[in-house]
Design a protein around this ligand. Structure first.
Ligand code: AMP
Length: 416
C-alpha cells in the first residue's frame, strides 16, 4: 500500500477522505478530536504544495424522508452541515480553509478550479448525496457509481484517512479510489489509517511474543458482536465478557438474570460459544444491580453473586469480577478491549469499566494494549487514561470489523 508520505503531489489535486463526523450542537463543535486526528495528513499534503480537496460525512441523512417528511429532511441537512468544521480546521491549520456548501455543481467546480497549491477546500457532507451510501447496493452504472466518478474527476490522487468509515464501501470510501485506480492514478493511505492498520493488524495476526492475548468485550448487544466473538475465540487465549452482553451468556448457562437486557434469540449462539471456548471465556461472578435503569426511578442498588433476582437488572460487574478480570489482564502480553463493563455513563456503575481501564494501564511498558474505539474509547478518555494505552482506535465499528474479517476492510483493501 502506498502511503501519503510517498506521494508526489506538488501542484496536484488530491482528494482526501477524512472522518470529520464530529458532534455539533447549534453550530458549535463539541469535540474536535477527529479534526485534530486528520491534521498530520492534511499538513503533509499542504506542505508539499498539493491542492487538497477534503471529503467527509457528518451524521446520518435518511433520503427517504425527502418525500415522507420534507421538514425533517431539511433538519437533517441543517444538522449535517459541515461549514463549522471548515472554520475549525482553518484555526487548527493556521490558514483559511475554503468551503463548498454543495457536493456537486457550479459552486464546487469553480472553487476547485480556483484552488491554489497549498490550499485546502472542504466539501459539504458526502451524505447529502443519496449515492454516497447507495454505492455498494448499486450494480454497474448506478447513481453511486456516477457520483464516485464525478468526484474522482477532480482528483489526480486519492488519500484515505477516515479509518472510522473504512468498513463501509461507499462512493467516497470505495468508489473514488476504484475509479482512480482504473485510470492508473495513485491512491494511498493517510497517517491515521496507516497507524490504525498497523496496530490492529497486530491484534489479528498474533505473534508468539504477544501471548497470552486477552480480549475484553462489553457493551450492550451480543448480536452486534457475534462475529467478533467467533473470530476472537480463534485468536485469543482468554475472552473476558462484561457489560450487558454478559447476561445473555449467564442466561444461556441457566442463571437468573432478572430484568437484565438478555437477547433471547442469541441464547443458542451463546451456549455454542461457551461449548467451543474450551474455558477461554471468562464470565462475571457477581454484579452490581438496580431496580431501575433510570436513576430518577431507582430506589435501590446492591451487589449480588451470580444470579440477578426478579425485579432487578445487572448494571455493572461486581467487586469479585473486577478482581478476577484484573488478574487475567495482569497476565496478558496483548489486550484488545471493546465495550464498557457497565453503564459507565452513570457514576454508580462506573467501577467495572474503571477497574478494567486501570488493570490495562497497569500493563504499560509490559504489554501491547488496544482500545477498540466506540464507547470504550469514550470511557478511556473520560477517565483520563487515553495516553496510557498503546493504541486507542478512532473507529469502533471499523476496528471490530477488522478483527472479524482477519484484517480486511473494504475501504483499505481497495487501496492495496
Ligand atoms: P456498545 O455500543 O455495544 O459498546 O454498548 C455501550 C453501551 O452499553 C453503553 O451505553 C453502556 O451504558 C451500555 N451498557 C453496558 N453495560 C450495561 C448493562 N449492564 N446494562 C445496560 N446497559 C449497559
Amino acid at each position: 500500500m502506498l502511503t501519503v508520505k510517498e506521494l508526489n503531489v506538488q501542484g496536484k489535486r488530491v482528494v482526501v477522505r477524512v472522518d470529520f463526523n464530529v458532534p455539533i450542537k447549534e453550530g458549535v463543535i463539541r469535540d474536535d478530536n477527529r479534526v485534530v486526528a486528520a491534521l498530520p495528513t492534511i499538513k503533509e499534503l499542504l506542505s508539499k504544495g498539493a491542492k487538497v480537496i477534503l471529503l467527509s460525512h457528518l451524521g446520518k441523512v435518511k433520503h427517504k424522508l425527502k418525500e415522507e417528511d420534507p421538514a425533517k429532511f431539511e433538519k437533517q441537512l441543517k444538522d449535517g452541515n459541515l461549514a463549522p468544521v471548515a472554520v475549525r480546521l482553518g484555526e487548527l491549520l493556521g490558514q483559511e480553509v475554503l468551503f463548498s456548501s454543495v457536493t456537486r455543481g457550479e459552486e464546487l467546480e469553480q472553487k476547485i478550479a480556483a484552488l491554489k497549491d497549498g490550499q485546502a477546500l472542504l466539501v459539504q457532507n458526502t451524505r447529502y448525496e443519496k449515492g454516497e451510501e447507495g454505492f455498494a447496493k448499486e450494480e454497474g452504472e448506478g447513481k453511486g457509481h456516477d457520483l464516485a466518478k464525478y468526484w474522482a474527476s477532480f482528483a489526480d490522487a486519492y488519500v484515505m484517512d477516515a479509518f472510522g468509515s473504512a468498513h463501509r464501501a461507499h462512493a467516497s470510501t470505495y468508489g473514488i479510489p476504484e475509479a482512480l485506480k482504473a485510470e492508473g492514478k495513485p491512491v494511498a493511505v493517510g497517517y491515521l489509517v496507516e497507524k490504525e492498520v498497523a496496530n490492529l493488524t497486530r491484534c489479528v495476526d498474533v505473534k508468539k511474543e504477544d501471548r497470552p492475548y486477552v480480549a475484553i468485550l462489553g457493551g450492550l448487544k451480543v448480536s452486534d458482536k457475534i462475529k467478533v466473538i467467533e473470530s476472537l475465540l480463534k485468536k485469543c487465549d482468554k475472552i473476558l465478557i462484561g457489560g450487558a452482553m454478559a447476561y445473555t451468556f449467564a442466561r444461556a448457562l441457566g442463571k437468573g438474570t432478572g430484568e437484565s437486557p438478555v437477547e433471547l434469540d442469541q441464547l443458542d449462539y451463546a451456549s455454542n460459544c461457551l461449548l467451543k471456548a474450551n474455558g477461554k471465556i471468562v464470565l462475571p461472578v457477581d454484579s452490581v444491580i438496580g431496580d431501575n435503569f433510570d436513576p430518577a426511578s431507582r430506589t435501590t442498588t446492591q451487589v449480588v453473586d451470580s444470579d440477578v433476582p426478579e425485579g432487578f437488572q445487572g448494571l455493572d460487574i461486581g467487586p469479585k469480577t473486577r478482581e478476577l478480570f484484573a488478574k487475567e489482564i495482569s497476565k496478558a502480553k496483548m489486550i484488545f478491549w471493546n465495550g464498557p463493563m457497565g453503564v459507565f455513563e452513570q457514576e454508580e456503575f462506573q467501577k467495572g469499566t474503571i477497574a478494567v481501564c486501570e488493570a490495562i494501564v497497569g500493563l504499560e511498558g509490559k504489554a501491547f494494549t488496544v482500545c477498540g474505539g466506540g464507547d470504550s474509547a469514550a470511557a478511556v478518555k473520560q477517565f483520563g487514561y487515553k495516553d496510557k494505552f498503546s493504541h486507542v482506535s478512532t473507529g469502533g465499528g471499523a476496528s471490530l470489523e477488522m478483527i472479524e474479517n482477519d484484517g480486511h476492510l473494504p475501504g483499505i483493501d481497495v487501496l492495496r
